[in-house]
Design a protein around this ligand. Sequence first.
Ligand code: ADP
Ligand code: MG
Length: 265
Amino acid sequence: MAVQNNKAEGTVLLEMKHVKKSFDKSGVLKDISLKVREGQVVSIIGPSGSGKSTLLRCATLLEKMDAGELIYLGEKAAWEQDDKKGQKRCVYAPKDKLKQIRSYFGLVFQSFNLFPHYSVMKNIIDAPVCVNHVSKNEAKERAKKLLAQLGLSDKENAYPCQLSGGQQQRVSIARALALQPKILFFDEPTSALDPELTAEVLKVIRQLAQNHMTMIIVTHEMQFAKEVSDHIVFMEQGVIVEEGTPDELFSSENARVREFIGKVS
Ligand code: ADP
Ligand code: MG
């Protein structure tokens, strides 16, 4: 309990305020607000099509928001401004600021997205060396530590096609961690995996939580979300229907939340 209280008072790393996003005319995100503090694990659950991936994509600058604010460590990445016609529009910070903000977070997708023609080691050190200009030796040292931490020490020279899905996903996690992000986003990291391989990936995420990594996790793994999260957000049709501690969510009186949790767990 004491730990949760500390986390509840920690530095706000990410804040989304009144975020809206539409594709064509249909609203996919309708006034979403979210705050994530240092060391917190926030899980986002909800039916397919409810806007979870879009929320993550807006938070990670892969998709432009129509309205609202996106703030990392008190620095605005996007905010609203009146255009020439007096209509509110979302504007983004200049390129160099966005580049800095991008360095605050890492992303792990459902589909691993490793470079197939690179070895595991090259997949991990490519961005630190080419983008962040870390020396190759240092990047390799760090990668070796990460691979050991994720149980992949013997896979350094393997190619993605030689690995199981669970191993590939652990390499993607190592690759994201190699950039030393302050926040790690996961979009259904285990949905493409068999139950056995799912377990090894969840174990790694659990370890990261124990090491106080700040994480936002979209997942259908209800028991995992219950166990690992400080805060759970239930989304449906672009709206946060309910949010709270795992205990609060899992004892919710809301019929939709109860039905969803009952169905998928
Ligand atoms: P979830 O991740 O919760 O399953 P998504 O965020 O992927 O939901 O999708 C929410 C809704 O937005 C869906 O109806 C989906 O079809 C739509 N959508 C997502 N991305 C796009 C896009 N690039 N163009 C058009 N519609 C999209
Ligand atoms: Mg999705």
